[in-house]
Write a protein that binds this ligand. Structure first.
Ligand SMILES: [Zn+2]
Length: 131
């Protein structure tokens, strides 16, 4: 479980869609990392990612993990943002998963991801919605 303090610390970064750009090789990491997966560099500068992009590929999860059952089926998309950064996000506002396709324009929005019923904790993160 994520402690309130940790959630608070992570919130601004998540909300603004901040990523870390490696000063060594230019790779953009989202979420930010401590060590660059490409060149093992440790120097990063903060960049704010664009919210607009396109679906590269997607998958539909018809037997979702615990905590996501109410949102079944889940559509998970690999989205390429306008600056070339790729990230995996859940699709939202899609009534029919069959309408999601490669090249589909999307926009990232800050949404409720799921809730832990027992603890009453609600997790937020970015989801892609049709643009
Ligand atoms: Zn690097």
């Amino acid at each position: 479980m994520i402690s309130p303090a940790r959630s608070w610390r992570e919130a601004p970064q998540r909300y603004r869609l901040e990523a870390a750009k490696c000063t060594g090789c230019g790779r953009v990491c989202y979420p930010p990392r401590v060590v660059c997966p490409s060149c093992r560099g440790r120097d990063f500068e903060h960049v704010v990612l664009p919210r607009e992009g396109n679906v590269v590929t997607h998958t539909v999860v018809r037997v979702p993990p615990q905590g996501f059952v109410e949102q079944s089926p889940l559509t998970i998309a690999l989205v390429q943002l306008k600056d070339g950064t790729r990230l995996m996000v859940q699709m939202a506002d899609v009534a029919d998963p069959e309408t999601v396709h490669a090249g589909m324009p999307v926009r990232l929005e800050f949404r409720r991801i799921n809730s832990d019923g027992e603890a009453g904790v609600i997790y937020y993160g970015h989801k892609a919605v049709p643009a």
